[in-house]
Design a protein around this ligand. Structure first.
Ligand code: SAM
Length: 208
């Protein structure tokens, strides 16, 4: 099992809140739903979920990230945040109506990606839905860093990022029913150059 927890902790301690703005892709969440966010980080997606009247549990294996998430959630009286590893979730089966996996599964190698998906499926209620988003192989950062596995690159202090294809996402979530899998491209302007960013999103349900 690979473990980049200390690299994440160091990043949050030295740089604080790492991501700003609003996520472009967000799940539809009905009021009152119990939502689990895996790897909530410094709270970009959490912030966006705050006005959706749902009961949120955020987990992150970085203590620093869990603290930042906890501050956001308690400010809005929206649920709880805890330190936990998504590869072994401390929740009973069928505990959540929605699981959000936004830019967390892509920070693992293949075996861990399979484990986290099976854990997410386990804690989903029978009529529950999972929302997924990650960078795709079209993203400008694909290929930079040291390749540790196919399309998986380590950069900086040890954080790895995997770049997905749509068929791969469908295969990874084959234990759930696919509602949709889609790609999104946009340009990011850096020092006068347009760079291509690319994500793949997916919505999956537990009921067939
Ligand atoms: C890109 S950041 C978080 C993004 C956040 N979900 C969002 O959408 O704003 C990825 C987070 O996943 C966490 N993470 C990585 N592997 C994890 C694991 N096995 N269990 C729990 N959290 C993990 C990292 O600590 C980091 O905070």
């Amino acid at each position: 099992m690979t473990d980049s927890r200390s690299a994440w902790d160091q990043d949050y301690i030295s740089r604080g809140r790492l991501w700003g703005g609003n996520p472009a892709l967000l799940p539809d969440v009905v009021a009152g739903a119990s939502v689990l966010e895996l790897g909530s980080g410094s709270g970009k997606t959490l912030h966006a979920l705050m006005n959706r009247s749902c009961d949120i549990t955020a987990i992150d294996f970085s203590k620093k990230a869990a603290e930042m998430s906890y501050r956001i959630i308690t400010k809005y009286h929206a649920g709880d945040a805890l330190v936990a590893d998504a590869r072994g979730l401390p929740f009973v089966n069928d505990a959540f109506g929605v699981v959000v996996a936004s830019h967390v599964i892509g920070h693992m190698q293949y075996d861990d990606r399979v484990t986290i998906v099976s854990e997410a499926a386990r804690v989903l209620q029978p009529d529950g839905r999972l929302f997924f988003v990650e960078f795709s192989v079209d993203d400008m950062r694909n290929g930079t860093g040291r390749e540790v596995e196919n399309a998986t690159f380590q950069r900086g202090k040890g954080i790895i990022t995997h770049y997905f294809t749509e068929p791969e996402v469908e295969a990874l979530f084959s234990m759930l029913r696919k509602e949709s899998v889609f790609s999104r491209h946009w340009k990011m302007r850096v020092r006068g150059r347009d760079l291509l960013r690319a994500e793949i999103g997916g919505i999956f349900s537990k009921s067939w």
